[in-house]
Design a protein around this ligand. Structure first.
Ligand code: COA
Length: 332
């Protein structure tokens, strides 16, 4: 039976470091408020004239391909997770394809926001298991700071989110013990408007007009408390689902790589499962919440630090806009 193995990882973050103190100079917030509520100390914002979702995704992908010993012509499929594509259409997958010089392969754009990377990983895994492709590039990349209003009105979102990209190379293999054991995907559109960017969209059934900018309809909106409560419900649920599916126990997990939503959410999940600190990857203090990029960035950093060893059981989990939530168990 064919299975998928992650053979290369890479990430890229913009050079533009924005600290909490930088933000407190342009909006009514403080370093203390942001650290206490989110755990974030600084984040990266795209460098104007330099960084786009596709350029950052391609940069991360080049590193991942190099580490996997693969060339662009070896890639059979690309799955790109982003909520902030370079263009409203076409998707950013084809732009990464062009930038990397990939063959005329299928290129998907996956939305699913903070769960985007696990959704993309799952899609790649299914294609590999059916035998239709052998090597897949999976990317999560976001430029979110370009739509934030860096003002008091936009402060509840703009202090939390950041920009960056991460990538993984998945390869088909027969036999062996290192592979993606399973992925588990969920969604509930009942809360779609609780974490969203309304425009440009068609839901209002109106033509876009200049006053929509004034009304803030091009700014993201988040019901932070509702997101928090649901994250605490669904993170544990989808981790337990993955463990039960594979007949594994909580203590079997060697490394937990959650979507870096908010350090209080990570700590609550960590406490619920009794994970010691060394089993939990947290880098939100450096990058903020990078949505679809957060898991591949965190996984790559953990791998670079030697925290992911052959034979380890790695658990990925996410929750975000949609609402969507997901998990993956990987035997490294
Ligand atoms: N700086 C300072 N004060 C801020 C602020 C900021 N950046 N953003 C909001 N506030 C203010 C609010 O205006 C409010 O003031 P008020 O009491 O005078 O009305 C006060 O802080 C408390 O706001 P509230 O929204 O109740 O804060 P909270 O304790 O719920 O924390 C979040 C806000 C967003 C940090 C919290 O809800 C959260 O972590 N939610 C989950 C978000 C998340 O993880 N999103 C990503 C999902 S993938």
């Amino acid at each position: 039976m064919k299975r998928s193995r992650i053979t290369g990882l890479g990430f890229y973050v913009p050079d533009n470091v924005v600290t909490n103190d930088d933000l407190s100079k342009i909006m009514d917030t403080t370093n203390e408020w942001i650290i206490e509520r989110t755990g974030i100390k600084e984040r990266r914002f795209f460098v104007e004239g330099v960084d786009t979702v596709s350029s950052m995704g391609a940069a991360a992908a080049k590193i991942a391909l190099d580490r996997a010993g693969k060339k662009p012509e070896d890639v059979d499929m690309l799955v790109m997770a982003t909520l902030s594509p370079d263009y409203f259409f076409p998707g950013s997958g084809v732009l990464v394809q062009r930038e990397l010089g990939l063959r005329k392969i299928p290129c998907f754009d996956v939305r699913e926001q903070c769960s985007g990377f696990i959704y993309a990983l799952s899609l790649a895994d299914q294609y590999i298991k059916t035998g239709s492709v052998k090597t897949v590039l999976v990317i999560g990349s976001e430029v979110q700071s370009n739509v934030f209003e860096l003002s008091d009105r936009g402060r509840n979102m703009s202090v939390i989110f950041g920009d960056g990209a991460g990538a993984a190379v998945l390869e088909a293999q027969e036999g062996g013990d290192s592979y993606i054991l399973s992925t588990h995907l969920h969604a509930d559109g009942g809360h779609a408007e609780e974490l969203m960017l309304e425009h440009p969209g068609s839901k209002l059934k109106e033509r876009i007009s200049p006053d929509m900018f004034e009304k803030g309809m091009f700014l993201p909106h988040m019901n932070g408390k509702l997101v928090f409560v649901n994250a605490l419900k669904y993170f544990p649920e989808v981790i337990r689902e993955a463990l039960a599916y594979n007949h594994l126990k909580v203590s079997d997990i060697d490394l937990f790589v959650p979507h870096q939503a908010n350090v209080r959410i990570t700590h609550a999940v960590q406490k619920e499962f009794g994970f010691p600190d060394e089993k939990v990857v947290s880098n939100i203090h450096k990058y903020g919440n990078t949505t679809a990029a957060s898991i591949p960035i965190a996984l790559t950093e953990a791998w670079e630090e030697g925290r992911v060893k052959e034979g380890d059981l790695v658990c990925l989990a996410s929750f975000g806009s949609g609402f969507t939530w997901a998990s993956a168990l990987i035997r490294w």
